[in-house]
Design a protein around this ligand. Structure first.
Ligand SMILES: Nc1ncnc2c1ncn2[C@@H]1O[C@H](COP(=O)(O)OP(=O)(O)OP(=O)(O)O)[C@@H](O)[C@H]1O
Length: 287
């Protein structure tokens, strides 16, 4: 396993913000930590990055406890934080070239490092802005640069904390392609956090739903849909009077409705439970 988290707990003072979090991830796997504000997503990712010391539990990243990771171990991680580190006066190409040079000592023949600057600029869609000063980039362009900084060392593991915040739909879709390519072609294991269920479903092989410091559901989008599938809603009127019923099997219910009321049933509507609805219901229930 590339990532192993077993019984992870974290406490800030008297407050426990992670309770017994466990999951793992293999090479080339994309895992999304999905949850509302304050669920503990950043805390989890920061512990795996070695930025925070956990209170309890076993954590291994590339076979190493992050609390004891050395420079060589660190060189195999890519990190994209939520907050922007300001390098305003640098130009995009210069900065990537400069940061990339730190990784050169850790190159192997199987894993050349760093990622050549021009190829990288192309991969993140910043070629046209390569000569621009960083403070003149738009929010979405800066975020692309954040991602480029995260992957310049061709990491084996990439941590992305809310990577697409501030992206327009096109940038988001290009970013999704990039993440898929990194996982499929470079076997990069990717752990990302997001509030966005749609993004998690599109990107991740596995989604972990975290609320209030606990993983309350985990699986592929299809498995989650099955696991937390809610009830459909059926609405209809009889003689102008509105009715509404929540049911797990709307087809059987509608069949029964027609058997009983026949042609008196009008304005029939069936709304299937979406994963989004059930995810929101779950989160509300837990928080
Ligand atoms: N340094 C800290 N000291 C005390 N409490 C903290 C600290 N950092 C985070 N917390 C608390 O821990 C909990 C989890 O925070 P965390 O940032 O991990 O959540 P998150 O899921 O990443 O949220 P968001 O989506 O808002 O980024 C929150 O209740 C937060 O207030």
């Amino acid at each position: 396993m590339v990532l192993t988290v077993d019984g992870l707990r974290m406490r800030y003072g008297d407050t426990e913000v992670l309770h017994d979090v466990s999951f793992d991830a293999g090479p080339g796997e994309v895992v999304a930590l999905l949850g509302p504000n304050g669920a503990g997503k950043s805390t989890t990712i920061e512990i795996l990055e070695g930025f925070r010391l956990r209170s309890a539990g076993r954590v291994e990243v590339l076979g190493v406890d992050p609390a004891a990771g050395d420079e060589r171990w660190r060189s195999r991680l890519g990190i994209v934080l939520q907050s922007w580190r300001d390098h305003g006066n640098w130009r995009v190409r210069e900065l990537l070239h400069h940061l990339g040079s730190y990784y050169a000592p850790y190159a192997t023949s199987a894993e050349p490092r760093p990622w050549p600057t021009d190829e990288l600029l192309d991969a993140v869609g910043l070629t046209a802005h390569a000569g621009q000063k960083i403070r003149t980039l738009s929010g979405g362009q800066r975020r692309r640069l954040d991602v480029a900084i995260g992957i310049v060392g061709r990491p084996n593991v990439l941590f992305l904390d809310e990577p697409t915040a501030g992206f327009d739909p096109e940038a988001r879709s290009e970013f999704h392609d990039l993440v898929r390519r990194l996982a499929a072609e470079q076997d990069t294991t990717i752990l990302l956090t997001t509030h966005d269920l749609d993004e998690a479903s599109k990107l991740a092989h596995r989604i972990l739903v975290l609320t209030a410091g606990r993983i309350i559901a985990a699986g592929t989008t299809a498995q989650l849909t099955k696991l937390i599938a809610g009830e459909d809603e059926v609405r209809w009127t009889i003689d102008g009077r509105p009715f509404r019923k929540s049911t797990e099997d709307s087809t059987a219910f509608v069949r029964g409705l027609f058997a009983t009321y026949g042609e008196a049933v009008a304005e029939l509507e069936v709304r299937r439970a979406s994963l989004e609805d059930t995810y929101l219901a779950l989160v509300r229930e837990q928080s």
